[in-house]
Design a protein around this ligand. Structure first.
Ligand code: FAD
Length: 308
């Protein structure tokens, strides 16, 4: 078995693998898509000591750094089950492979939350988008909608307003939940319309592309249509932890893996790091720090539990 088996290849998993391998212990890393959310990121300006970089560049650097060490790096492997046992912790993958770790670091990150209305799945990548940094320029000169009035939605609307013709921001609640400074900026823009207290009911299309959306005014119950070429869904991130159901690893009601300050989960020998956990503020430097913490805790667990 591996001494440390890392599941996930984003900043948290990469940091965990480097820290574990530097202890000279047998380290494996299995990821569905090495690089994680970083791959979907355009410009990164808050990765401390690097003034500016972009997602693919940072993901490439993460991989190169991991490959400097004796890490068994397995890309395109999707974990579907975790089974703790007396002989170690077994992780089963979708392709039928199983790997065993004396300790495991869970770092499966997060993904965009779906809104689950008709049209969303059908028009995904054909007008339904989640990443303004990635897809905003595709809608140059067109009208788009942003669903969600929290920080990510308002930031997306401000960002898109500089690129597209017009932005309609749709918020479910009677007020925008974003920080005041962002809301003031949003209202200062001439090509943004804000619709509050509105429930998006359907994303419309012509069979090949998005043509608009409908929403219900929650006060009056009336239905309205907005004609847009793109719909950016910005209603939050969900931790990628569904596969841990029934594993014994405690999740919060939001689906985050409950960890203590050392990255220890509720199952001995199982540690976790990054956006998949209860660690506040989902950021690259924070994910890396927690990955390092989890690996060092795993090492500590190994030296304390191995027979003399
Ligand atoms: P992730 O990066 O989500 O990586 C998760 C890893 O786990 C991936 O390799 C994935 O393939 C793998 N995985 C998932 N499920 C499974 C499974 N079942 N089996 C095997 N592997 C699995 N942060 C900043 O600090 N600065 C920024 O400028 C910034 N901009 C961002 C812009 C966008 C558009 C997005 C989406 C995020 C941005 N972030 C930014 C946040 C940052 O990307 C995340 O906080 C960080 O990537 C989290 O790292 P992680 O390793 O926990 O998870």
């Amino acid at each position: 078995p591996f001494d440390v088996l890392v599941i996930g290849g984003g900043p948290a998993g990469a940091a965990a693998a480097v820290y574990a391998a530097r202890k000279g212990i047998r380290t494996g890393l299995a990821a569905e898509r090495f690089g994680g959310q970083v791959l979907d990121t355009n410009s990164i300006e808050n990765f401390i000591s690097v003034k500016e970089t972009d997602g693919p560049k940072l993901a490439g650097a993460l991989e190169a750094h991991v490959r400097e060490y004796e890490v068994d790096l397995m890309n395109r492997l999707r974990a579907q089950k975790l089974v703790p046992g007396p002989e170690g912790i077994t992780v089963e993958f979708e392709n039928g492979v199983s790997l065993v770790g004396k300790t495991v670091v869970l770092a499966t990150g997060a993904r965009w939350r779906d809104i689950n209305v008709p049209g969303e799945a059908e028009y995904r990548t054909r007008g339904v988008a989640y990443c303004p940094h990635c897809d905003g320029p595709l809608f140059k000169g067109k009208n788009v909608a942003v669903i969600g009035g929290g920080n990510s939605g308002v930031e997306a609307a401000i960002d898109l307003a500089g690129v597209v013709e017009h932005v309609t921001l749709i918020e479910f609640l009677p007020e925008l939940k974003a920080d005041g400074v962002l809301v003031r900026k949003l209202y200062s823009l001439p090509n943004v319309t804000v619709v509050k207290n509105a429930q998006t009911t359907e994303i419309l299309g012509d069979g090949s592309r998005v043509t608009g959306l409908t929403y219900a005014d929650r006060a009056s119950g009336t239905s309205h249509q907005v004609d847009v070429a793109g719909v950016f869904i910005q209603i939050g991130l969900v931790p990628v932890t569904d596969w841990l159901k029934d594993s014994g690893v405690e999740l919060t009601r939001h689906g985050e893996i409950a960890v203590d300050a050392r990255g220890q989960t509720s199952v001995p020998g199982v540690f976790a790091a990054g956006d998949a956990t209860t660690s506040p503020y989902k950021q690259i430097v924070i994910a890396m720090g927690s990955g390092a913490t989890a690996a060092l805790s795993a090492f500590d667990h190994l030296i304390r539990s191995s027979a003399p």
